[in-house]
Design a protein around this ligand. Structure first.
Ligand code: DON
Length: 307
């Protein structure tokens, strides 16, 4: 791997900056009001060093990047068997907000799509946890991955909840199959809170570095989740993290990754680094346009493809 020098990262940002293709996530009104020009990149090494360029300390909502971390917490809290009984690990080949449930069982295909992530949210915390305890567990867990106390953006949360018809429909389908066993609306509310946690590009790089560091946060030294949970999470990120673009991503970039509709994108290379980018305009899959370009470049320049 070539040394990561700030000039290299600034040059990479400069090269993608003119690309203004893609659109903000209009289905969440507060996200449609974001500054589309924001652009940042951070690399966090497993020994806790951060190298960055651009807007790395600007907060934005984590959105779907919360999904692999909540999956890790559910696996750690409940064990593998109960979680795998409810959520599969197969790519859906469909958009992130499709119903995508297995015929017969109603089990969502994987934990990275909304159907799977809504179910995973219901499996966080000790068995028997109520809605407030789950939200607290997720906020505590995401904070442990980041190595600092995180907070929620109540406005983005309210804005998404006011228009959460698709997620509510998905949750009611899950409830009808008994994949969810409690009030569908309360689970969507908790999941939406999970998506509304504020992070910076620096935080995301550190969260990805915690996965790269086998579950140990490089700053705090805390073992946030067990190592075998991390292997499961990174495997699913590689096969499903970029939704219906996962095949292109895995062949071209080859880094376990996850995107979010606020414009964040993370990649995690076991034993090496966590990478995060931030640029809010999205491609039709819901992945950051300039973020994907940056990852393609890093993978190629530094030989980061896992194969
Ligand atoms: O549930 C939703 O639709 C959003 N809270 C999160 C979706 C998302 O981030 C998709 N990723 N690119």
């Amino acid at each position: 791997m070539r040394p990561i020098i700030p000039d290299y990262l600034a040059e990479a940002l400069g090269d993608v900056e003119p690309d203004n293709s893609g659109d903000l996530a209009a289905y969440i009104p507060e996200l449609a009001a974001a500054d589309p020009e924001r652009l940042g990149v951070a690399f966090a090494t497993v020994d806790g060093q951060v190298h960055g360029a651009g807007d790395i300390d600007v907060p934005f909502t984590i959105q779907s990047i919360s999904k692999p971390f909540a999956y890790a917490l559910a696996l750690a809290d409940r064990g593998f068997a109960p979680v795998l009984a409810k959520v599969g690990v197969e790519p859906s080949g469909e958009a992130f907000n499709e119903i995508s449930l297995e015929g017969g069982t109603g089990r969502p295909f994987n934990p990275m799509i909304n159907a799977g992530a809504i179910t995973v949210h219901s499996l966080t915390g000790a068995e028997g946890s109520g809605p407030a305890e789950r939200v607290e567990r997720v906020l505590d867990g995401l904070s442990a991955f980041a190595g600092r106390r995180l907070v929620m953006d109540e406005e983005v949360c309210a804005s998404e909840m006011a228009h959460a018809h698709r997620n509510l429909a998905i949750a009611h389908m899950l409830r009808s199959h008994d994949v969810l066993t409690e009030d569908a609306g309360a689970v969507v509310d908790g999941y939406t809170r999970q998506c509304s946690v504020l992070v910076t590009t620096r935080d995301l790089a550190m969260m990805a570095a915690t996965l790269a560091n086998r579950g140990v946060n490089p700053l705090s030294g805390e073992q946030v989740v067990p190592e075998r949970v991390v292997r499961q999470v990174l495997s699913v990120m590689l096969s499903c993290g970029m939704y219906d673009a996962a095949g292109d991503w895995t062949t071209q970039v080859g880094i376990p990754a996850k995107s979010g509709v606020a414009g964040g994108l993370i990649g995690s290379l076991p034993g090496r680094i966590g990478i995060a980018t931030f640029s809010p305009r999205l491609d039709p899959h819901g992945n950051s346009v300039r973020g994907v370009s940056l990852f393609e470049r890093f993978s190629s320049d530094m030989g980061l493809h896992v194969m």
